[in-house]
Design a protein around this ligand. Sequence first.
Ligand code: ADP
Ligand code: MG
Length: 829
Amino acid sequence: MQRATEKLYKIFKLEAEFGYANKAVVGGIQKLIDTWVSEARADGLSEDKIQGVIAILNRYASRDVQDRVKSLRQIGDILDIAGIKNLPEPEIVQKADEKVVSRNKMKQADEISAPKPQQNRGAVRRKTDEPAPIPAAALPQGLSADITAVRGIGQKQSQLLEKLGLHTIEDMIYYFPRRYDDYSELKLIKDLSYGEEVTILAWVKNLTSFTTRNKGRKIIQAVVSDDTGSIQLMWFNQEYHLRYLRKNMFLSISGKVEQYMGRLVMYHPDYEQVDQEQLNTKRIVPVYALTAQLSQRWLRRSMYNVITHWAPRMPEFLTEYILEDADLMHLPTALQEIHFPESLSTLKNARYRLAFNEIFLLQLGMLQQKLEWSNQDSQRFEASDEWLLDQIKQLPYKLTNAQIHVLSQMRQDLASGHPMNRLLQGDVGSGKTVVAALALSVVIKSGSQTAFMAPTSILAEQHYSSLKQLLASGENPVLEDGQVRLLIGDTPQKERQEILVGLADGTIKLLIGTHALIEDPVKFNDLQMVIVDEQHRFGVAQRAALREKGENVHLLVMTATPIPRSLALTIYGDLDVSVMDEMPEGRQPVKTHIVYPTERERVYSLIRSQVEGGYQAFVIYPLVEQGDNDENKAAVEEQIRLQEEIFPDLKIGLLHGRLRPDEKEDVMRKFRDKEYDILVSTSVVEVGVDIPNATVMVVESANRFGLAQLHQFRGRVGRGSEQSYCLLIPETNEEAENERLQAMESTNDGFVLAEYDLSQRGPGEFLGTRQSGYTELRLANITNIHLIEKAQHYARQVLENDPGLTAQEHQLMKEAMEHFWPSDEGDLS
Ligand code: ADP
Ligand code: MG
């Protein structure tokens, strides 16, 4: 076959795969004409034949599918090419479906007589130039079919794909490219010039190798050419290229253009075999994340099979109204475009649509959850002004306005008859514990039980002693000594038994502990309120499990991670949010300074003078052990150095991530109990342990940490009434200009820093990845406030009109939401 003819044949085959939707060529098949005609003439095809082909191609777009097949077959006759003469009928579906369909034959027969409404909707939405749908009843099953149902994916490949987390056809559809190679602006070989970095597309014309005489180097040479010229590629001592490269392979080649003996060459270029057909149609090519033994080319092919077939069949779950009003791309098109984009602008729209999906479904789920909760009945807990004021009066300090405000919000929640679902955000040291204690006291005084969960034993112990102090001491304590207990991993078996009994018979009114609280044997008699501290350290399931220990319990979750409002909306859409943005009076703000590495001695003398005054210091380093980067201070080595060379007379503890959890807690406990003057640590120290006696926080290589972490470190000091210091030592003097360090110096306000960090770097830092729903977001950047607000607007609108999503037009939406929020995860808070 001549080249021009072969090209047509390949494109027509592709067109057949598209169901003759005129999609094989960007802009339609008629766009082929110009380039094809010159190639055909170069091939020496007769002018008669050329004109015949042109006439048919010109009318192709305006014909219906049946006529399109016939007309292409006519071209087969003109050119006398059997493959084109015998192009397949449009109805012939891929092998993938045959399998799927036959697997589900039984089901299908039932459903065809009584089609679900959604299936018709899916069909209605389809644009006319997209292929006719397969029987809609096969849709849901087809999507969850094993990937081996796809042509070309057998047992071996499916095992590899499973390593990428791909099990079903739907998984593949939602496996988005990592990036794209844009071949829409390629260079032709004739236009290359010396010194450029380029990517070209070319065929391998010649392949040789030889060994040089003087140094015995093995040289591999390939001549590659496109229609405009040729260029030589060269590799030294890399024989594996010979195993991979073959004559007539079509490659995308990237590298720098150099000269060798007056001719252009590329030394050690990168290359990849590409599919010519695909490039003819789509010039922006997806690049997927791979696993060993899986080639990009193969995966791309398989994806292409899946996407071209399935994307048009994916049911649209948004209503016509939302699509229109929010100006969103149709789902099938978006899925097609995100894998095989027509252009950068359609790709952008596709990404936007799919990101909208994520936020929308996230919001829909959370708002619905919130609605559901607010409709449930809970026990009412009321406290008179008099009683509450009396409790407050007994505190050794005056509450801040923020504390009073939050307290009154919680008081309303408790008295409402519906479960409290509240997030309390307050910067480190803002005094969340006492507010929590007051809320607990309202419930406890009515004789009900409460629980308080913290992420580590040492934190639980800390809360145990402060809550005991607040609730079980003084004039009229709400609790007697035995009514508050601590349950952690280390609690001895005998005591544990005692606690279980006390919980079951209702004598224990407040149980404080770690995740030991949610373990199975723990059963309450009448649990009514649950508080979770440092909630970002717990998973969704753990919080749900604690909530399940009672019935419609009042829930308060607390976090010291300041989250900008926009984000709080997304992540905690199911909760009411309270913010404590005020520090207790008399607290001296921590003085923060950036110190040049050359001035480290001054830091040491500050540490010494503070320790002599009876206080303690933290010194933080970024890594556990010294890596290949010598400038990087390592906690382990530095502890030795500080101990031996700088502070031989002081006691220095060491804390790092390689210690077991109990070892870590042991070190923290010793530091708390003043067995150490200085604690050298890696970033593991950041959890909210209260060591009021520590007044110095030194952060070495400070430029390596993110703002959120730096702020958390700083929060470890300044918890007492003495002046505290945070000293940030960057790795180099130049790094002293580091914007994050400057920001730390300029404010102590966590919310200001959070907003700043968000605007600079996105949400990663200020959020754990374990936030509910957050891990489901593949595309949405949750800093995109505009997108969040838009998605939330429509989610609210939908629920306002149809809270249970029972309307006909919301059935697909409901399914999509349930799919997004797998039910086995419990509730969302
Ligand atoms: P966080 O919000 O970080 O959990 P804590 O509840 O541990 O903060 O409170 C930090 C310290 O501030 C505790 O020692 C607590 O006794 C004290 N504190 C709390 N509220 C006030 C207040 N209104 N005035 C003075 N000190 C307070
Ligand atoms: Mg706290």
